[in-house]
Design a binder for this molecule. Sequence first.
Ligand code: ADP
Length: 409
Amino acid sequence: MNIFVLNCGSSSLKYQLINIENEEVIANGLVEKITESISDFKYYRKNNLELEFELEITDHKNAIQLVLERLISEEHGVIENFSEIDVVGHRVVHAGEKFSGSVLITKEVIAALKENIKLAPLHNPANIVGIEASKKLMPKTPDVGVFDTAFHQSMPEEAYLYALPYDWYQENGVRRYGFHGTSHKYVSERGAEILNKDYNKLKIISCHLGNGSSITAIKEGKVIDTSMGFTPLEGLVMGTRPGDIDPGIIPYIMQERNLSIEEVDKKLNNQSGVLALSSISNDFREILEAAEKGNKRAKLAIDIFCRRVKKYIGSYAALMGGLDLLVFTAGIGENAVQIRSKILSELEYFGILIDEEKNNIKAKEAKISSKRSIVDVYVIPTNEELVIAREAKKVMEKYIEDIVKDLIK
Ligand code: ADP
């Protein structure tokens, strides 16, 4: 079974064609700067860069079409025709409370996703465009939606409710949803697999540290808390988002600086975080470089970022009554040796002891805690596309099973 995984961002498209029987990536790549005058197109065949070029791509449908043409092209292709694509798996950011698992995408599902646009105005529209484009281009191929929020739906009420007027929750859907669920699910399950321990008996904290960052506590297979909330703004300090702040700041600063809702929203989503603290970049590679050269604001940004992660690790371990496994993933979590080292410093009393030599790795699965550490600490590169493909397979198998059951009733 070949599964075509699509991850549509507002101006980008990441894709993978996966043979789910052996989980081999047959082709993958990304298209960036869609809708800008010149877009970047990258296409890999079996992990080797096959094509890279710049051209004008007007929208996501156009981008998907270009990718599909490459997949079947005589020179660069990996399949003969589209009938070799059995399912399309879509990453969808926000399912609200509607879906706690992956689903076959029907007209009703699309309508429900459209209703959720107001909950995820930055992400859901692009996801929906991807779904509609794929339906147009491959009308006979089933589509499955895999939601970032779904994994967190196991959270208890005490974790997802805010101490706000209750009808804000009941009537307006104001609650913690959490994001990066597919990534947290993958790395936590993979961690249990590496340890050869029962996932449903472990206390795990997974730190997804990328441009957007979040941290999740998973106790006995269920999410018991996660740092992103109603929106991806809450929790950790991020590339351009502040994470936790006093909500009183918002009305105060809107009045003081005469800011509109749109302006303050933009400040919080795009102009805060380590970018604002460092005044250099939202990219940790540049911030780390500047800090090494002695830039004080860069150092401060790093300190504040690490302090927040540490604060969450402590509070989540307290909530779970202990910790067995701590996992680092995503751009910073997988690559930033110094950041991991700083977060994990002085946590010995907590049962966490880093091995600096083992920690000196990038972008690969590795244990980075010392033999004396009570808590196992791992770097596990995330693989959201593989989770989406596995989920798509599961949904299709269940769908076929249900049809067969109906037939023999
Ligand atoms: P997202 O998917 O949220 O856009 P990623 O998980 O790809 O983000 O992470 C991107 C971020 O990871 C970059 O902005 C940068 O801060 C960080 N990063 C990537 N590589 C490195 C590296 N070698 N050292 C430090 N930070 C890195």
